[in-house]
Design a protein around this ligand. Structure first.
Ligand SMILES: CC(C)(COP(=O)(O)OP(=O)(O)OC[C@H]1O[C@@H](n2cnc3c(N)ncnc32)[C@H](O)[C@@H]1OP(=O)(O)O)[C@@H](O)C(=O)NCCC(=O)NCCSC(=O)/C=C/CC(=O)O
Ligand code: FAD
Length: 652
């Protein structure tokens, strides 16, 4: 029945104030207000309709995305929205588009790498969208290995193929292009250039440049709203001052001048985007968990008592699959908040030419991007399975969410390649202990190595696993012992690079252990701070324990093989986990209501706020074009003759 809240009984059971939790999830009351207003503005405007995406052809889909992006831009101007409001509006439009790369990579790269003079020229054009930019770094032959990019930019004192860049295929007029800078016969490695690729008069591709779309990508709808492109340069010429010269210059005479900064600053935009991808992971996972939790509370199957079947959310197996994902969504939110702080701090230090925390920023953004995207991609697929057959319908919202999300494990740095960067950072940290260098930041725990190597876990009863200090120490011991073991095995190789290559699977596991420790530590830190709201902190403490103990359970091999805990303590952790699931159960629907997602944004019949699933699932089926006629296309050509032939055969 429309208008009835079929989940009211669930909402009445919750033991905390969901409106207070909405503020904590949003980050502040102001952030909540902006988000709530923008999500409703989008949900209530039919121009942002998205339930028809899966029925559109690729060209219709793309044109529809251009229409929405132009309409959104018009709204932003008309309503004089702030940068924050505009960003939230684009988020709730929920459609990968060229604007993501224009605002998410092209503009940040200009801001990070341009000189004052270059910013004055290019930023006003980009802010007013008088030029549209993309980020062209990946080539057909190289994406991960940036140092081996093959496009060259040779300085001519007298007077290159990109693959993947989002927005490149059909829309962008300009590109940030990565190429090897060659001047006076010497290769100075990869630098960033701004290159005009299309005419601002008729959008034609400029001479010497070939551009196209790379073709259909995974899934219906999904990333096919984005014109990821292919571009080939054939000896084009650009002015010298289109080398972005904040950190290195080429003089009019062709002399290369490198200011005294780490060359990795040219990678600054990737660090910036990896940081944002962690919060994006929390957004995507919370969306899938919201759908799966509400549907699990609606769905009844087997186990009937007095003629009423059991809600599937009451099965322990459903809880053991769903609640860790709920906890992870909150965990990734809070580590993403901390990462934003770290990034701001590093940026302020860079402005003062303090590069001391650059390695930490690189390791944290790389590692946390890797493990949160991997867990989220797996988590969205698990949420689909938690919804049984209906989870496989596009009207559940889950297949398209999965298809649009999974490239996050690849773009902005392949997850394994990035974890290997973290492993290098850890091995270096351990090796520097010998020389007396005090580890700081997220590796500070390595400074207590002696203690961590000798420590024994104090758990004697299940409740002991609720003690944050005990949990934190267990994760520190596991990570420290794995890193030390890798460093020890590596030291037995005469060729360190060969050893690193040989031991890379174990090194990746040590990197994961370190990054999971960061997530647990930041969740605990969050709870040590002021958490306003009735019953809110208590719920978050339960979710923090669930994230930590589920992670311990999932990586039990590490904890046992490093003697961090005993099998008995592992069993006590499982007991505590089950108890925590029972405590979260009455609050589960309210905990996902706290994400404050509109039905429009969720795009899911299963995840409707009112839980009125079945009538709407049934009605949705009839909207499919397949049901336009009772007799399907093809009947007369292929079915009728077959049936007639079979009838004749049976009479012979
Ligand atoms: C894999 C990378 C990081 C290797 O970089 P490379 O220059 O080869 O460095 P080394 O491994 O030799 O390390 C040298 C040194 O530099 C440090 N370092 C590396 N990267 C950074 C960084 N970003 N910030 C700070 N420091 C860094 C490293 O730690 C070493 O330090 P030492 O002290 O040990 O010397 C690199 O090739 C890379 O990042 N590859 C991934 C490429 C990538 O992410 N591409 C993204 C393209 S854009 C995209 O995908 C857009 C998607 C948008 C969408 O649609 O959403
Ligand atoms: C949807 C999408 C959007 C994108 N948008 C953009 C964009 O806007 N601009 C842009 O420039 N690029 C973009 N990219 C490209 C993306 O950045 C690259 O695909 C990504 O960096 C991975 O690089 P690769 O494709 O070379 O993978 P590869 O590195 O070739 O990975 C292939 C396999 O090799 C493994 N591997 C590679 N090196 C090592 C190593 N040293 N040790 C162990 N294993 C290794 C990887 O783990 C992986 O399993 C996009 C990609 C996608 C999917």
């Amino acid at each position: 029945m429309e208008g009835v809240d079929h989940l009211a009984h669930e909402r009445n059971r919750s033991q905390f104030d969901v409106n207070d939790m909405k503020i904590v999830w949003a980050g502040s009351r102001e952030a909540f207000e902006v988000s709530d207003r923008m999500s409703r503005l989008v949900a209530n405007d039919p121009a942002f309709r998205k339930d028809n995406r899966v029925h559109l052809t690729r060209k219709e889909l793309f044109k529809n995305t251009l229409r929405k992006a132009a309409y959104a831009w018009k709204k932003i101007i008309e309503l004089k929205l702030s940068e924050e409001e505009a960003g939230r509006l684009r988020f709730f439009v929920d459609e990968p588009a060229y604007t993501d790369l224009h605002w998410g990579m092209f503009v940040p790269f200009l801001k990070g790498q341009g000189t004052e003079e270059q910013l004055q020229k290019w930023l006003p054009l980009a802010y007013k969208m008088q030029i549209i930019g993309c980020y062209a770094q990946t080539e057909l032959g190289h994406g991960s290995n940036v140092q081996w990019l093959e496009t060259t930019a040779t300085f001519d004192p007298k007077t290159d193929e990109f693959w993947w860049p989002g927005g490149l295929g059909k829309v962008s007029t300009h590109a940030v292009v990565f190429a090897r800078l060659i001047t006076n016969g010497r290769d100075y490695g990869v630098h960033g250039f701004i290159v005009q690729i299309r005419s601002l008069d008729d959008h034609s591709v400029l001479p010497g440049i070939t551009i196209g779309d790379i073709g259909v990508k995974f899934g219906n709808g999904a990333y096919n709203t984005m014109d990821n492109g292919v571009m080939h340069f054939d000896h084009i010429r650009i002015p010298r001052n289109q080398l972005l010269m904040r950190f290195s210059q080429v003089t009019r005479e062709g002399k290369y001048v490198q200011s005294d900064v780490p060359r990795q600053l040219v990678y600054g935009t990737m660090v910036y985007v990896r940081k944002t991808i962690v919060i994006d992971a929390s957004n995507a996972l919370s969306r899938a968990v919201c759908i799966a939790t509400r549907y699990s509370a609606v769905r009844r199957q087997f186990g009937s008592q007095d003629g009423v079947e059991t809600q599937v959310i009451n099965y322990k197996t459903q809880q053991s699959r769903l609640f860790p994902l709920l906890a992870s969504a909150y965990a990734f939110r809070f580590v993403g908040e901390w990462l934003q702080w770290l990034y701001t701090d590093v940026t302020q230090r860079l402005a003062a030419n303090d590069f001391s925390t650059l390695p930490e920023a690189h390791a944290c953004t790389a590692g946390l991007k890797s493990i949160t995207t991997a867990a989220t991609a797996d988590g969205i697929e698990e949420c689909r399975k938690l919804c049984g057959g209906h989870g496989y319908l596009c009207s559940s919202g889950l297949p398209e969410l999965f298809a649009v999300y999974v490239p996050a494990c690849t773009y902005e740095g392949d997850n394994v390649v990035l974890l290997l960067q973290v492993a290098r950072f850890l091995v270096k940290t351990v090796s520097q202990l010998v020389s007396g260098k005090k580890p700081v930041g997220t590796t500070a725990y390595m400074g207590r190595l002696q203690h961590l190597m000798e420590s024994t876990c104090k758990v004697q009863k299940a409740e002991d696993w609720l003690n944050p200090s005990i949990v934190l120490e267990a994760f520190e011991v596991r990570s420290a012992r794995m890193s030390v073991e890798c460093a020890k095995r590596l030291s037995q190789f005469t060729n360190q690079e060969e050893g690193f290559h040989e031991l890379s699977p174990s090194l990746v596991e040590a990197a994961v252990a370190h990054c999971q420790l960061i997530i647990v530590a930041k969740f605990i830190e969050k709870l040590q701070g002021d958490i306003p709201g009735n019953g809110v902190k208590d719920q978050l403490q339960k979710l923090c324990s669930i994230y930590a103990l589920f992670t311990l359970h999932k990586h039990l091999g590490d904890f046992l093989s490093t003697s961090t805990i005993t099998p008995k303590q592992a069993s006590l952790a499982d007991d505590q986990l089950r108890s925590l699931y029972a405590q979260v159960r009455p609050n589960a629907v309210a905990l996902v209501d706290a994400f404050n997602y509109t039905d429009h944004y969720l795009g899911s019949i299963l995840g409707r706020y009112d839980g009125n699933v079945y009538p709407n699932l049934y009605d949705e089926a009839w909207k499919d074009p397949m049901n336009d006629t009772a007799v399907p296309d093809g009947y007369h050509e292929y079915i009728k003759p077959l049936l007639k032939q079979q009838l004749r055969n049976s009479r012979l």
